[in-house]
Each structure stands twice: as C-alpha cells, then as structure tokens.
Write a protein that binds this ligand. Structure first.
Ligand SMILES: [Ca+2]
Ligand SMILES: [Ca+2]
Length: 200
C-alpha cells in the first residue's frame, strides 16, 4: 500500500499551471503508523515527509521558524498563539523568500478536533495567501486513491489562507465553503468525503 500515491495538482495563481504531479510514495507500514504527522511540500512536486510528532512536522513546514508546536496536531490547531506565530512566519507572495518553501498554509486532520489521535497532514508552500477569495493561491486537485482520499475530518488554515474542501477531484461535487478552520467537517456535511482542496 502506498500512502499518497496518485497525483497532487499544485497551482499558485499564475506561477504554476500544473498538470497533476506524481507523489512520492511512503510505506503505510507499522513504521509509518508511528509517523502519523506528515508534511506535503506543494512546492516540491508534492513530496511527503512524515514524523512522529506534529512538533517535527511544523518545524519542517516552516523551515525551522516554528520549532515548539504541540506534539499533537489536534492541540495545535486549537492554539491561537501558535496560529499567530505560524501566520507571522509565512512568506508573502512576491517577497524574496517566497520561492524557498517554509510557509505552512494549513493542516488537515484524519479525525475532527474532538477526537484523540489520528494522522495529520501539514501543507507547506512557498508563500501564504492574499486573502482574495475570487481566485485561489494553492490547490490539491486530486487526492485520488491515496490514503487521504475520503478521510479528512478537520482542518485549519495558516498563512492568511482560507481553505475549501471538495467532495470530488478537480473541485467537483459538494463543497465546504471557504473557512479559516473546519474543526469538524461533519458540520458542513463533508466528513470523510474530501477529494480536492483549495487555499485562498
Ligand atoms: Ca476521518
Ligand atoms: Ca470524495
């Protein structure tokens, strides 16, 4: 079994008009189960690195700018102070740093915020969002037959982004609508249904 094996489409406004990019596979073995906190590097073709703790994942996703996030993603996304710090660490589009990754734009959770444990998936991009919901800054256009397809139950956005979840690939079907966080996607009728995501 591969962890995220199909494709992730990565788009950043006018910068990348990408077709789906192949993802790096990772084993979903007992070893991978111990490393339940993954980072998807949107700017590096969707490469994935997984860690035992959310602390390590956030360190990776911010290129070392935030090194003391809580161990569990569920605790982290409730942490307003952490959210401010992660937002402050985000690069702005067009800035000198904005081609180097290191900006966390969101976290996706296997379970909703009320449930212990589960996997997390932190999204790293080159820069944060401009807050203009008329167009979006980043996307994952197809979770395909990856482990994450139809598994996401909660999410938060960082880097001044809003996040929107879709039922089908290529942003089809039901949508959550834009939100800073969806701590429980059941609230918007989208639990365990997400197959594509946008950030704006
Ligand atoms: Ca779930
Ligand atoms: Ca779906």
């Amino acid at each position: 079994m591969t962890f995220l094996k199909k494709t992730i489409g990565v788009a950043a406004g006018s910068i990348v008009a990408a077709a789906g990019l192949a993802l790096v596979s990772a084993p979903a073995s007992a070893e991978a189960q111990k490393k339940a906190n993954c980072v998807v590097h949107l700017s590096q073709g969707g490469a994935i690195d997984c860690y035992a703790t959310f602390t390590e994942a956030m360190r990776d996703a911010t290129n070392g700018r935030v090194t003391d996030a809580p161990k569990n993603a569920r605790d982290a996304i409730k942490d307003a102070t952490l959210t401010r710090r992660v937002n402050a660490a985000a690069a702005k589009k067009g800035a000198a740093r904005a081609a180097a990754g290191g900006t966390a734009i969101g976290v996706e959770l296997e379970h909703n915020i009320g449930t212990l444990g589960g996997r997390s998936w932190t999204v790293e991009a080159d820069y944060g969002c401009d807050g203009n919901l008329a167009g979006h800054d980043w996307e994952v256009r197809d979770l395909g037959d990856s482990w994450w397809n139809d598994e996401i139950s909660g999410a938060t956005a960082y880097g001044h982004c809003w996040v929107r979840h879709f039922e089908h690939h290529e942003f089809g079907g039901r949508s959550s609508g834009w939100a800073r966080f969806n701590v429980n996607l059941t609230d918007v009728g989208m639990n365990d249904m997400t197959s594509s995501i946008q950030w704006s």
